[in-house]
Design a protein around this ligand. Structure first.
Ligand SMILES: [Zn+2]
Length: 107
């Protein structure tokens, strides 16, 4: 089965005005990305999209089937493998129903 990851439009990068007549791309912290200042907003928007695609690819964000129920959901990265519904269900289990790891080292 091939799973194609589609990028999620998480607002990691944004186009911001830079001075009176320039545009730039800022990262999630609001820091201007080096080399992104341009006079043209369209150029800044293309650069933002490129940076976002690269960041999504590195973080492996995208649609992914849930490990529990198989429903496809918008995963925030390789660490995020349970859909929101199953994640809530898992944390809502009483202590006795949660899987127990062996104590005192390896099994
Ligand atoms: Zn699920």
């Amino acid at each position: 089965m091939t799973i194609e990851l589609h990028p999620i439009r998480a607002p990691q990068f944004t186009v911001v005005s830079h001075g009176a007549r320039a545009w730039a791309v800022a990262d999630a912290m609001g820091v201007i990305v080096q080399g992104s200042v341009t006079r043209f907003r369209q150029v800044a928007m293309r650069r933002r999209d490129e940076l976002q695609r690269e960041d999504d690819r590195k973080a492996r964000r995208g649609e992914r089937p849930c490990m529990c129920c198989g429903a496809v959901f918008a995963s925030q990265g390789i660490h995020n493998r349970l859909c929101p519904h199953c994640r809530i269900r898992a944390t809502a289990l009483p202590e006795a129903a949660r899987p127990q790891l062996p104590r005192g080292g390896r099994a």
